[in-house]
Unconditional design. Structure first.
Length: 157
């Protein structure tokens, strides 16, 4: 079947011309040009408009490179690690008795909480400092966990 025989069949929707359509690119282009549905889609397409003048600069100004969004959590994590290390060092130097006492009380605590009263009364300021440090570390860890799960702000969606 040649193109002149196949085109009337293609226009009528006859499946006998499908074999010719598979091999002939010219008839495929002709069928697409003659198709009323495609013509209606093309007519319904809105005309293309030029982009506003300041759009490119606005997009580039609002764009943040991907590596920048890791700076804040990395700095916060580093600061928390330095704070924890400094606190452990300070406790081992200035409050070594507190650490020794806490180590001594770790055995009886599991066996019925015997003895924490002396620990609390003798080293209350050290325990308050440890509690505050623990709370701060948990807060920073929660903040980092929340921030790492969020999409970057200020980007196109």
């Amino acid at each position: 079947m040649n193109c002149s025989q196949a085109r009337p069949l293609l226009a009528a929707g006859d499946p006998a011309a499908d074999a010719h359509l598979e091999d002939c690119a010219a008839c495929g282009d002709w069928l697409e040009a003659e198709d009323r549905v495609i013509a209606r889609f093309r007519a319904a397409r809105p005309e293309s408009l030029p982009a506003p003048a300041g759009l490119r600069q606005g997009v580039l100004r609002g764009w943040v490179p991907a590596r920048r969004r890791w700076v804040t959590p990395t700095l916060l994590g580093g600061a928390a690690a330095v704070l924890v290390a400094a606190t452990i060092f300070a406790l081992s130097v200035y409050q070594s008795a507190l650490l020794v006492t806490a180590g001594e009380y770790s055995r009886p605590v599991l066996g019925g909480f015997a003895g924490p009263r002396e620990l609390l009364l003798d080293n209350l300021s050290g325990l308050v400092g440890l509690a505050a440090l623990s709370l701060l570390a948990m807060t920073v860890a929660g903040f980092l966990y929340r921030e790492l799960g969020r999409p970057a702000r200020g980007r196109a969606r």
